[in-house]
Write a protein of this length. Structure first.
Length: 100
């Protein structure tokens, strides 16, 4: 009796694909070590009581980038709105980050 693993492997890849597409939060200082290409700047508006990281990640899940940096955080207290300025980057490194 032969067991074929290809269908189960394909199903696992399809289920995990959406998680692979989301950009990852990194500190701005990391951009000094390696090669990164700025792709886009995004302004995100959300509830002032929402977690900043969750707000950013939830609004960037469909963006085509490897990394994101939160450049600025501001709030509009009168309207209970949190505003994030976020920059998206592609990682151009070959897998290793080298110091300058």
């Amino acid at each position: 009796m032969k067991v074929y693993k290809a269908p189960s492997l394909a199903a696992a890849l399809l289920v995990s694909l959406p998680t692979l597409a989301a950009p990852e939060l990194v500190p701005a200082t990391m951009l000094d070590y390696g090669h990164y290409e700025k792709v886009e700047e995004v302004i995100i508006h959300g509830d002032i009581n929402e977690n900043i990281i969750n707000l950013a990640e939830n609004n960037l899940t469909n963006k085509d980038a490897d990394l994101f940096v939160i450049d600025e955080i501001s709030e509009d207290i009168d309207h209970n709105i949190l505003v994030l300025n976020v920059s998206l980057y592609n990682d151009l490194n070959d897998g290793l980050v080298k110091a300058n």
